[in-house]
Ligand binder design. Structure first.
Ligand SMILES: Nc1nc2c(c(=O)[nH]1)N[C@H]1C(S)=C(S)[C@@H](COP(=O)(O)O)O[C@H]1N2
Ligand SMILES: [Mo]
Length: 232
């Protein structure tokens, strides 16, 4: 597929050309190893799922994973080539390799993954480095209030307040279901932010920048709440 935006459309009508293009792929049956049905489920927000177009029968309902990428295909990055930088308004910037992250204390817990569009996946086991630990190692300056997380997909970014980022259930996740985070789920390293909606959980994480502001990120620019706290 080309590089057009995919993932949540936030209730926007799905472009007819996009849908027809995906249906055309039905002849092939899979896109990047996944089913066309699954691809459609990425594109169709709940409003479309209720739309009796006939296309809805192609969309699996229920609470299953959707693999989101606003940039289309992302080049996989091997753990050996992976680097995470922590910089910005901090006393000590740092660059971590995958091995560096794996050598830090790991926190594990099981939680429900909740996308703001309504789907959720219960009982997901996560493991990784607490964001608070990485922030403590960096030492935010006195005027720092926010953290910007960026993805090596080149487009996705999201913010949290420093306080949100320090919560016990915000981790730089290295493992999911007891296995390394898969590429489709944002591996080798993604964020998991338990008390916030899925859009705060940046996939393919490669930059943590401590900031003196709290600017909106990719989805917040498109209308999602800046704090992203589940249930608010
Ligand atoms: N880089 C990147 N991170 C992302 C997204 C994305 O499109 N690109 N989508 C977000 C949204 S809205 C959700 S719900 C989750 C989905 O995670 P999954 O693809 O592992 O299911 O990833 C979040 N992180
Ligand atoms: Mo989401």
């Amino acid at each position: 597929m080309g590089g057009g935006p995919r993932g949540e459309l936030d209730g926007a009508p799905v472009g007819r050309r996009v849908v027809l293009g995906l249906l055309g792929l039905g002849a092939v049956g899979v896109v990047a190893g996944r089913s066309v049905q699954e691809e459609l489920s990425h594109l169709l927000a709940p409003a479309q799922l209720r739309d009796p177009t006939g296309l809805t029968s192609l969309v699996p309902l229920g609470n299953t994973w959707r693999y989101y990428s606003v940039t289309g295909a992302v080049a996989p990055r091997a753990p050996s080539a992976y680097r995470l930088t922590v910089s910005g308004d901090v006393a000590t910037s740092a660059t971590y390799s995958y091995a560096d992250l794996a050598a830090l204390p790991q926190t594990s817990f099981t939680d429900t993954f909740q996308c703001v569009t309504g789907w959720h996946v219960p009982d997901v086991p996560w493991s990784g480095v607490r964001m608070a630990d990485l922030l403590d190692l960096a030492g935010p300056t006195a005027d720092a209030v926010g953290v910007r997380f960026r993805s090596f997909d080149g487009t996705y970014a999201v913010n949290m307040t420093l306080e949100q980022a320090r919560a016990d259930d915000v981790i730089v996740a290295l493992s999911m279901y007891g296995e390394p985070v898969t590429h489709d789920h944002g591996g080798p390293v993604r964020i998991y932010s338990g008390s916030m909606y899925g859009y705060k959980s940046t996939k393919w994480l490669d930059e943590i920048e401590v900031t003196t502001n709290n600017l909106p990120g990719y989805w917040e620019d498109r209308g999602y709440p800046l704090d992203g706290i589940i249930g608010e």
